[in-house]
Design a protein around this ligand. Structure first.
Ligand code: SAM
Length: 440
């Protein structure tokens, strides 16, 4: 391993900062803050770049801060926590401008003019309504905790300052309860999800694992004694965890789902369904989308990749009819429940792939909120055939957003009029964007 002296230049779109070594080679530096001078040890040497981690900060950047969590360098959940929040926001916005320029074919001036000031919807810590604990082993014993940075180890942490501070003691209590339960027998656990809402006061613990014998009453009792849990569920998976194939969800105690309020809408979300982890951020996304589209009573709306209905419900209140498409079964069931509970009958909830089940309607306004992979090329083509006056594209990946905006440009029908970055994930490199496109 070699040690290099480096001047850190900027944050990349990833956990690392970027520097260049004496030979001009790009170095991705873990633990670096733009403006720092550091000594860094090389971890990997590739032909065109290398990876290194900071061993000593020789000169502090004015943007370097001490994070409020002593586990930042161990746990890996907050890779940007050494960077001041103002600098995080500035780096995220310029990362979006950069992606549009490099990958979207926009000129630097056009990208700069298109990207609005970044919106910070709330506090930079304590914003999450969800944390996930990992399950691993330590000296042969099952251990529930947080993933250690850059390894498969699991570390025990007393709390997680990213989780809503109203639920401060919950991580420790759930971790303790699960370590107690898993210490005596194999529960087939893979991870433990915690969802907590200060608005509804609901707290759900979801135990993800493989099907098999499970001491249901004991698990429900121990978790109930340790926390003020309102729901405990067991999510049984089929095949690899990443495939998200679910063999079943069992209610062990309480409601069997988790409830949250977004704007004025009440949402039920079952454990496997997607829900934005930052509720105040979700409020902001909804208001940006609704202001950007301004649907009116007799208009036809479409909501693709709609999940449990974060945008479907507000769209249904303002427009005449909504066609909503979602491919994931549990989320479609949540959507139907949320529409029934809200007494909204002007929505067609369609289960299936957005490209294959593309609604056979003439929409006036459209929302798309795909996963990180962005829109399939055929979905951009189908959207471009629509007579709609406006599209709101909610994206969690600037690179795929830039690619898709280039595809929209090639289709020649819709053009972006604004891209608003929203910081849904402080302390990390992730950034959400709401893009409004109008008919050319
Ligand atoms: C980023 S989430 C957005 C969900 C929802 N709009 C919200 O804000 O809660 C993306 C959603 O798209 C769904 N999805 C993924 N691939 C899809 C596809 N090919 N067709 C339809 N839905 C898909 C996922 O299950 C997930 O619910």
């Amino acid at each position: 391993m070699t040690t290099k002296r480096l001047k850190i230049e900027r944050m990349g779109y990833g956990p690392e900062a970027i520097a260049h070594d004496a030979d001009g080679k790009t170095v991705f530096v873990t633990g670096g803050v733009p403006g720092d001078t550091v000594e860094a040890e090389t971890d990997a040497e590739e032909a065109r770049f290398s990876r290194a981690h900071v061993t000593t900060v020789l000169e502090d950047s004015p943007d370097r801060v001490t994070p409020p969590c002593p586990f930042v360098d161990v746990c890996g959940g907050c890779p940007w926590a050494h960077l001041s929040y103002e600098a995080q926001l500035a780096a995220k916005r310029s990362g979006v401008v950069d992606a549009l320029t490099r990958l979207g074919g926009f000129s630097a001036e056009d990208a700069e003019a298109l990207v609005a000031p970044i919106v910070a919807p709330g506090e930079p810590w304590g914003y999450r309504n969800k944390v996930e604990l990992a399950v691993g082993t330590q000296r042969g014993r099952t251990m529930v905790g947080m993933h250690a940075a850059g390894s498969s180890d699991v570390v025990k942490v007393p709390s997680c300052p990213l989780l809503d501070s109203k639920f401060k003691g919950v991580v420790k209590a759930v971790q303790g309860a699960m370590n107690f339960l898993a210490g005596s027998r194999d529960l087939g656990l893979e991870r433990v999800g915690i969802r907590a809402s200060r608005r509804t006061k609901e707290l759900e613990v979801a135990l993800w694992g493989t099907p098999g014998p499970f001491p249901r009453p004991q698990v429900a009792k121990v978790l109930g004694d340790a926390t003020k849990v309102t729901s405990v569920v067991r999510v049984m998976q089929k095949g690899p965890a990443k495939a998200r194939r679910i063999a079943g969800v069992e209610r062990l105690s309480g409601k069997g789902s988790w409830g949250e309020l977004v704007g004025s809408e009440s949402m039920r979300v079952s454990a496997p369904s997607f829900f934005q982890v930052n509720t105040r951020g979700a409020d902001k996304l909804v208001s940006l989308v609704m202001e950007g589209l301004s649907p009116v009573e007799d208009e036809e709306a479409m909501d693709l990749y709609c999940g449990a209905g974060t945008f479907t419900l507000p769209l249904a209140r303002k427009s005449g009819f909504v066609s909503a498409v979602e491919s994931y079964g549990p989320a479609v069931r949540d959507l139907r429940h949320n529409l029934d509970a809200a007494n909204l009958t002007n929505v067609d909830p369609i289960g299936g792939d957005a490209g294959i089940e593309f609604p056979d309607v003439d929409a006036d306004v459209i929302v798309v909120d795909p996963p990180r992979a962005g829109l399939a090329a055929d979905v951009v083509a189908q959207l471009s055939d629509q007579p709609a006056r406006a599209i709101a594209y909610v994206s969690c990946d600037p690179a795929t957003l830039a690619r898709d905006l280039a595809r929209f440009r090639d289709e020649g029908v819709f053009e972006p009029v604004s891209v608003t970055p929203v910081d849904l994930f402080p302390q990390t490199f992730h950034v959400e964007n709401v893009t409004i496109l109008h008919r050319q």
